[in-house]
Write a protein that binds this ligand. Structure first.
Ligand SMILES: Cc1cc2nc3c(=O)[nH]c(=O)nc-3n(C[C@H](O)[C@H](O)[C@H](O)COP(=O)(O)OP(=O)(O)OC[C@H]3O[C@@H](n4cnc5c(N)ncnc54)[C@H](O)[C@@H]3O)c2cc1C
Ligand code: SF4
Length: 496
């Protein structure tokens, strides 16, 4: 433990954010860098608890008290060694993880928790700046060929671990760039894309091959894949968006959030936006919120990313509506410490300007004579608890139309795309339509493994990395009969 009195002397501090009025004119990161001294002061607050709940709050089992101590001692090389032993990509989680570890920090019982996420980002950034992040190719190759399908955080983590175990790994990605939702989905103002390129350069130098623009199942058929590779790791994500099939859905001006967000990622990268991130041609060309009344349907993180992007486009107004009731401002009683708290969350995008409304249902999209969206018919709801099940009831007389020329559907994803590769491989699906696997191994073909959102359902980057690492361990065991890849400490606290 670095400083026994640190938690009494210092309070929680986070990096400063750029002024909303300034930052809505660009797509650069919102937080200004945390100095090494700021990180050291935060690390000094860690109490090195006998039972570190933060450690099990992290889906990766990050060894938080130990890296906090190393940061307090300003031993950044050792801090990175500890952090990278459980997390392949702390530069991503240090920026965009919702930090369930902090929700279970013991200091959080009666004081603000340790700023773990930002310490993690500092360790990663110091490590890259000081040259501690170097390619570490395996000393020997096993001769086994592995295909990883999908290059999101799950695929990248699996590839890194399987390569470390000595296997020869090829990552296939149907988009024109590697990164999955890190690249096309999560806005640049949350995660600038040079962070992905920097990591990919290390992975390539370690011997991993990346192939973009390859839609596996179409460009390489399932049978050919099974013939050519000793093992197939499916990490294709959860890509089928939840639609809103109500009257007027076919009007021009209603789009899934991902189409809107990934176009902006492409624009930022100076790439053509007329084809989507999956390589298909857009029906309606460029989607811009400029001068439009935008309504984002769905109150979650994807919706919040649409809010931030719409404000950057210069929307006339931005409204976000959600079916469920407004969560409590503080931790709900049914999610006590150290659980992930159910509570109202205000993102940096909300701070930039947005009308937020809860308990609202959308009944109809209304168009003009040219088939363009011009309004939405909405209604207020009350929620009744009937035998433990929440039932929504429309509030009589509350139906009204609100102006809207751009509606963004951000109500989540159903499951991975079944037709094509998955159906051709003959994989089984669980009750939610995700790939069914036992210990990450498909229930129908022992050569086929699955991880990330494709197996788990829509989740978080930290879970995708965890799944990729665990699936790689299971795959290595299957191929070699044993594994030298690190096992993770069991995470006890669930957060989606
Ligand atoms: C808008 C948005 C914002 C988010 N923000 C956050 C956040 O701030 N923090 C957080 O923790 N999580 C966030 N998430 C969730 C997080 O991004 C996902 O949980 C995570 O990326 C899942 O990783 P994955 O590797 O399983 O899949 P993905 O990242 O979805 O990657 C799957 C990849 O597989 C490719 N693929 C699929 N099928 C094929 C095929 N047949 N052939 C070749 N390639 C294929 C896809 O093109 C895709 O690139 C966000 C999600 C969205 C949509
Ligand atoms: S990955 Fe997320 S949960 Fe784990 S230590 Fe980092 S911020 Fe916390």
């Amino acid at each position: 433990m670095g400083k026994p009195t640190g938690f009494l002397e210092f309070t929680r501090e986070l990096p400063k954010k750029r002024d909303p009025q300034e930052r809505i004119h660009d797509y650069k990161e919102i937080e200004v860098p945390f100095s090494e001294q700021d990180s050291q002061r935060q690390a000094a607050r860690c109490m090195d608890c006998g039972t570190p709940f933060c450690h099990s709050g992290c889906p990766l089992g990050n060894i938080i008290p130990e890296f906090n101590d190393a940061v307090y001692e300003q031993n950044w090389a050792y801090a990175y060694e500890i952090l990278s032993s459980t997390n392949n990509f702390p530069e991503f989680t240090g920026r965009i993880c919702p930090a369930p570890c902090e929700a279970s920090c013991v200091l959080g019982i009666n004081k603000p928790p340790v700023a773990i996420e930002f310490i993690e980002k500092s360790i990663a950034e110091v490590a890259f700046a000081q040259g501690y992040v170097t390619p570490k190719p395996p000393k020997e190759r096993t001769g086994k060929q592995i295909a990883v399908i999908g290059s999101g955080p799950a695929g990248l983590a699996a590839a890194a671990q399987l390569n470390k175990a000595g296997h020869t790994v090829t990552v296939f990605e149907r988009a024109d760039q590697i990164g999955g939702l890190l690249r096309y989905g999560i806005p640049d103002f949350k995660l600038e894309k040079w962070t992905i390129d920097r990591r990919l350069a290390v992975m390539e130098a370690e011997g991993i091959t990346f192939k973009t623009g390859v839609n596996v199942g179409v460009d390489i058929k399932a049978n050919a894949l099974l013939d050519q590779f000793d093992l197939v790791m499916l990490t294709g994500g959860s890509t089928v968006p939840r639609d809103l099939p109500i009257p007027g859905r076919n009007l021009k001006g209603i789009y899934p959030a991902m189409e809107f967000l990934s176009q902006q990622n492409k624009r930022n990268a100076s790439l053509p936006v007329e084809v989507d991130h999956q390589g298909a041609k857009y029906g309606d060309g460029e989607l811009l919120a400029t001068n439009k009344n935008v309504v984002v349907i769905g109150g979650g993180d994807t919706g919040s990313d649409c809010v931030g992007t719409s404000n950057r486009h210069g929307a006339a107004s931005v409204t976000q509506i959600e079916l469920m009731p407004m969560p409590p401002k503080d931790r709900a009683e049914n999610t006590p410490w150290p659980n992930w708290p159910m509570m109202l969350r205000t993102s940096t995008s909300h701070e930039e300007g947005c009308d937020r409304h809860w308990s609202i249902n959308t009944k109809e999209f209304i168009g003009d004579e040219n088939g363009n969206l011009k309004a939405m018919r909405i209604v207020d709801l009350t929620w009744k608890n009937e035998n433990g099940r929440m039932q929504m009831v429309e509030l009589p007389g509350s139906e009204r139309d609100i102006p809207c020329e751009l509606a963004l559907l951000a109500a989540g994803f159903l499951h991975p795309q079944h037709n094509g590769l998955l159906d051709d491989l003959g994989v089984e699906y669980d009750e939610r339509g995700n790939v069914k696997a036992t210990n990450y191994q498909s229930t129908v073909n022992p050569k086929v493994f699955a991880a990330g959102d494709m197996r788990r359902g829509q989740s978080l980057v930290v879970w995708a990395i965890s799944e990729g690492r665990e699936a790689a361990r299971a795959a290595d065991c299957y191929l070699m009969g044993e594994t030298m890849l690190e096992a993770k400490a069991v995470s006890m606290i669930a957060v989606e």
